[in-house]
Each structure stands twice: as structure tokens, then as C-alpha cells.
Design a protein around this ligand. Structure first.
Ligand code: 4NP
Length: 148
């Protein structure tokens, strides 16, 4: 079983999409996918309605996800921890205790060659931002699904 954790700041916009998109591309018998946020502002909440809507548009249901905060114990459970931006990277790496922990953390867009390294935070923007973010995450998740 390969265990993959998707991490963003709030765990209501980007990482819930990443969880749902990757889940849709892998066999649940072999790959477990979860998501978390580095901040605890929205713990227990459903994903942002704009993320739910764009996921639904592409046939992915993320309605039942619940926001949770990243916990240092996640380093032990998960094999790969994908973060959406450099700020998430710093926040997660700061909680790592070992070199092995640190080695599990990667920027999601390192999996693809799109000429950018970050999935931008769409929270304060409009609907178009969520389409853009969906597309970036989808490309990276396709690459991950191909190699696991
Ligand atoms: P996310 O977006 O990190 O993609 O879930 C955000 C959601 C909420 C906030 C910031 C970013 N917030 O400040 O509440």
C-alpha cells in the first residue's frame, strides 16, 4: 500500500481537489490518498464550494471530505507528502524530525514540467482560479498515477 498525503494551507481549496483527483486515478486497493492543511482555520469543515463545484464539473465528488490539520505523526504514516506551494513546504519541513521525514516532502508540481513550481492559492480569487488550479493538479496527479 502506498500512502499519499496532499497538503495546502487551509485544506479547503487545493489539497481536497488533489485528494479527490488522485483518488480518481488510482486503485484504492493499492493506494491511499488523504489531505490536510498546515493551518487549522477550517478544521471539520467541508471543502470550499468552488472546489466542490469544479471537481463535480469533471466528475469527481469531494463533498464528503472534512478539513483536518497536518500533524507531525503524518510523517510516519505517509510515504509521500505533496505540498502545493513553497510556504506549505517550509511549514511542513519545519515539523520534520528526521532526514527520512524531510525526504518524503515534495512540491506537487515537481512531478510535471509546466515551468511553474507552485499551485497558487485560489481562495481570494474567482471561479477561473479554481479551473486553473484543477488543471495544474490534474496534470501532476496524472504523472503520479502513472508512476505508482
Ligand atoms: P487552500 O486555500 O490552502 O488551498 O485550502 C485557502 C483556504 C483558506 C484560507 C487560505 C487559503 N484562509 O485564509 O482561510
Amino acid at each position: 500500500m502506498t500512502r499519499i498525503l496532499m497538503v495546502c494551507l487551509g485544506n479547503i481549496c487545493r489539497s481536497p481537489l488533489a485528494e479527490g483527483i488522485l483518488q480518481s486515478k488510482v486503485d484504492p486497493a493499492y493506494t491511499q490518498v488523504d489531505s490536510a492543511g498546515t493551518a487549522g482555520y477550517h478544521v471539520g469543515n467541508s471543502p470550499d464550494r468552488r472546489s466542490i463545484a469544479v471537481a463535480k464539473k469533471y466528475g469527481i465528488d469531494i463533498v464528503h471530505q472534512k478539513c483536518r490539520k497536518f500533524d507531525p505523526s503524518d510523517f510516519k504514516y505517509f510515504d509521500h507528502i505533496y505540498v502545493m506551494d513553497h510556504s506549505n513546504y517550509e511549514d511542513v519541513i519545519a515539523q520534520a524530525q528526521t532526514l527520512e521525514d524531510k525526504g518524503k516532502v515534495k512540491l506537487l508540481l515537481e512531478e510535471v514540467s509546466l515551468g511553474i513550481t507552485e499551485v497558487p492559492d485560489p481562495y481570494y480569487g474567482g471561479k477561473d482560479g479554481f479551473e486553473y488550479v484543477f488543471d495544474l493538479i490534474d496534470k501532476a496527479c496524472e504523472a503520479i498515477a502513472q508512476k505508482i
